[in-house]
Design a protein around this ligand. Structure first.
Ligand SMILES: Cc1cc2nc3c(=O)[nH]c(=O)nc-3n(C[C@H](O)[C@H](O)[C@H](O)COP(=O)(O)O)c2cc1C
Length: 192
């Protein structure tokens, strides 16, 4: 291994892959969808999820206006949908009609859930945090959607390939993954 050390953090793909998602939002008759790799589980009690959105993005206005968002996770077959949601601003086009993105009804919030998701979190914004050029929205998860055929405590990656994004235009599909159970106390490793 040849490790580089540098104080230059311009374009830093080193922490990827990320399970890329589509965040949907809706406000005053407008709705939008955006590709989002910056998302994280913020808290267990209450269940909180966070998304990091560029402060100049159209999505930022809609989430701030409505106080709601939905995080949608799609199988790898939908990779071009993710790329499409990250290709244009909803200020200029209706990405749902331009890219034939079909939606279904949410349970609690007003932002749509994408058809084809294997999981989605409906969130109500509890707080927002300005961080550099971005805004992080911390959302209380008020409803979840999931495909019970691909979850058994955890996502069954032998049944479903998530969309792993490696930054820029590069994605990875984990075909035939090997899955392990690692006991955190005994430090034993068992292939499942
Ligand atoms: C795979 C992927 C991941 C992305 N992740 C983010 C992200 O986490 N946050 C963000 O603000 N933009 C992200 N982008 C860029 C936005 O999706 C893109 O700028 C989008 O067109 C903005 O849409 P909007 O103006 O309609 O909100 C990502 C793009 C791609 C393709």
């Amino acid at each position: 291994m040849k490790r580089i050390k540098t104080e230059e953090a311009k374009g830093f793909p080193f922490h990827y892959p990320s399970n890329a998602s589509v965040v949907t939002s809706a406000h005053e008759g407008k709705r939008n969808c955006i590709a989002v790799s910056r998302h994280a589980w913020f808290a267990f009690k209450p269940p909180m999820y966070g998304v990091g959105i560029g402060s100049n993005k159209h999505t930022c206005e809609l989430i701030r206006g409505s106080g709601e968002f939905v995080v949608n996770w799609l199988p790898f077959d939908w990779v071009t949908t993710i790329a499409a949601c990250g290709s244009k601003s909803g200020r200029d086009v209706d990405k749902f009609s331009e890219f034939d993105i079909e939606t279904s009804d949410p349970l609690v919030v007003s932002a749509p859930v994408l058809n084809g998701v294997y999981a989605a979190y409906e969130c109500r914004v509890e707080s927002e945090h300005s961080v550099g050029d971005s805004t992080w929205f911390a959302g209380h998860i008020v409803a979840v959607h999931y495909d019970e055929e691909v979850f058994d405590e955890t996502l069954q990656m032998k049944k479903l390939n998530p969309i792993l994004w490696l930054s820029r235009e590069t994605y990875a599909k984990a075909d035939n993954p090997r899955i392990f159970r690692v006991d955190r106390r005994a430090l034993t490793v068992e292939e499942m």
